[in-house]
Design a protein. Structure first.
Length: 318
């Protein structure tokens, strides 16, 4: 069984998810597994790993990713506020407490986000990349993420594990991102020592970004949050089937929405180097209603343009 990807194993085996210590994230990784593989092995990643992305394509994608990073930090800050508000005062000084560990992770995530913003700007200056981004030039993946994050920001909080949605949202984005660039790193066909003089972007992706997004420190950071989520859920659910169903229903649609957003975030680049509009392979925008992100009271999310799917509504491109 792959050490860091139990969802792959579970997707193809009859496993009782309530009887494993990594239950929630394993369950989520087994949902829409084919799409997960498609997202984390996108042709854009392979081209990035071989230096065949034109500088204009790299610039546009990075500009969108930089804007995503700013919104990501906002979600981290809001989740941090939720955890601090819900943490029992008696557990504040306990380093083994789930909320204490989650607070430490979120504080680190915000600091990492600040450093990442600086890295983007430094690399852009060195490699002459244009990070300007207008509203009209945002890609579909960024628009989906912004809609998802807006929903999270305005949703009512469930009194049972109020931090759950925020933590899972952050874990899912980090997990997919790490797995994508780890796969990309393995696609670099050039033997050592590497040279970058023939890279169309001057080496920005292969020399600077891909090593930064696929290293062991990033892996450990993602797995740390994964352990916090799974231990927190396991401790709170305590084998209660009803609570386990609630946890899954509150997180499944969000995880699926992250996959859709990530799939739409990767540009489709033809052989001439021209970008095409990214298309989500499922052709469906996931349904995330009020009960997914908030309390049991739930309620539909109001948006200008929505696609209805089963019982609720989900924002689509504005």
């Amino acid at each position: 069984m792959p050490q860091h990807h139990p969802g792959t194993f579970v997707a193809h085996n009859d496993i009782d998810l309530t009887d494993v210590p990594w239950a929630l994230t394993t369950h989520l990784l087994s949902v829409n597994h084919d799409q997960l593989v498609r997202v984390t092995q996108h042709p854009f990643l392979s081209r990035a790993a071989n230096g065949t992305l034109p500088k204009a394509v790299v610039s546009h994608w990075l500009a969108n990713d930089l804007q995503y990073l700013k919104v990501y930090k906002g979600v981290s800050e809001q989740t941090l506020a939720i955890v601090r508000k819900s943490q029992p005062t008696t557990s504040v000084s306990n380093p083994e407490n789930i909320e204490t560990r989650l607070i430490a992770w979120l504080e680190a995530a915000i600091q990492n986000g600040n450093r990442e913003e600086n890295l983007f700007k430094e690399v852009a200056e060195i490699y002459d990349l244009n990070l300007a981004l207008s509203e009209s030039s945002k890609n579909e993946g960024l628009r989906r993420y912004e809609a998802l994050f807006r929903q999270f920001a305005t949703a009512e909080r469930n009194t049972f594990l109020p931090w759950l949605e925020g933590a899972v949202l952050l874990w899912a984005t980090e997990k997919v991102y790490y797995d994508s660039w780890r796969w990309a790193r393995r696609q670099d066909a050039q033997s050592s020592p590497r040279t970058y003089n023939k890279d169309l972007d001057g080496g920005a992706m292969r020399r600077e970004f891909i090593p930064n997004w696929s290293n062991r420190d990033f892996l450990m950071f993602v797995e740390q949050l994964e352990r916090i989520i799974n231990e927190g859920v396991s401790t709170a659910v305590k084998g209660d089937d009803g609570l386990w169903r609630q946890v899954k229903s509150r997180t499944e649609a969000m995880y699926a929405a992250v996959l859709d957003a990530e799939e739409a975030f990767w540009p489709n680049v033809d052989e001439s180097g021209l970008m095409k509009e990214a298309v989500v392979g499922t052709g469906v925008t996931r349904d995330i209603d009020g009960s997914t992100l908030g309390s049991g009271a739930g309620g539909n999310v109001t948006c200008d343009k929505c696609e209805k799917l089963e019982a609720g509504t989900a924002p689509v491109r504005t």
